[in-house]
Design a protein around this ligand. Sequence first.
Ligand SMILES: Nc1nc2c(ncn2[C@@H]2O[C@H](COP(=O)(O)OP(=O)(O)O)[C@@H](O)[C@H]2O)c(=O)[nH]1
Ligand SMILES: Nc1ncnc2c1ncn2[C@@H]1O[C@H](COP(=O)(O)OP(=O)(O)O)[C@@H](O)[C@H]1O
Length: 221
Amino acid sequence: MDHAADHRTGPGQRTGLLIILSSPSGAGKSTLARRLMEWDPHLRFSVSATTRPPRPGEVDGQHYHFTTADSFRSLVGAGQMLEHAEVFGNFYGTPRGPVEVAMREGRDTLFDVDWQGGQQIRASALGSQVVSIFVLPPSLAELERRLRTRGQDSDQVIRGRMEKSRAEISHWAEYDYVLINDDLDQTEARLRTILMAERLRRERQTGLGPFVRALMEENEA
Ligand SMILES: Nc1nc2c(ncn2[C@@H]2O[C@H](COP(=O)(O)OP(=O)(O)O)[C@@H](O)[C@H]2O)c(=O)[nH]1
Ligand SMILES: Nc1ncnc2c1ncn2[C@@H]1O[C@H](COP(=O)(O)OP(=O)(O)O)[C@@H](O)[C@H]1O
């Protein structure tokens, strides 16, 4: 079967959107993702696998699937990752199965992945369904302040993340939307607007009413 054609949109068909959120560490994407999920219970969060150890309060299977490097590698070897990358010295990857199920069910999926993950998902057979959003902090000083006030990482880890932030930010132009997360409520409102508009755009392709469909079929006959 042609894998790409399987997810192609057309009149009457409805497939899910893949909404990719990326940002330098600490800009606020996990917070925004959580708020968006609370707002829209139909949205599915893609739970990544990672070899990073859990932070206090993180729940296995909910925030991440915490795993060892060996089992991560065997999942990759078995083709079970839609994408994967090494970030800050740990492996992260998106399990393929749940994304494909959501696509078939017409459910939208939200991804919190870095720029490498964004590139790989865009290049995959599901790429035509991607809506990508890059979240920027108002400044690097504010980014560092957020990493420190989050209070989850050691000084050394924070320094490492700040060093990588410029490299992550350099990929902003690859994304469909760029949001500066200054005021959290305003950024959340903008994210909702993007989601609503992108859903309308998809309906333009897939949600034609029976009246328009009948006219199209008449024209094709
Ligand atoms: N490529 C890829 N990146 C991921 C995945 N899951 C998380 N990441 C990214 O890995 C980076 C580190 O995530 P995390 O350790 O949770 O730290 P945080 O971003 O500071 O909360 C972030 O840029 C995430 O977007 C994944 O499945 N694939
Ligand atoms: N707009 C904002 N203004 C102030 N603080 C914020 C804002 N957005 C997020 N934060 C805080 O910044 C810290 C990092 O946010 P988080 O969502 O964990 O970032 P990321 O997932 O991008 O690493 C958290 O303590 C969060 O509460």
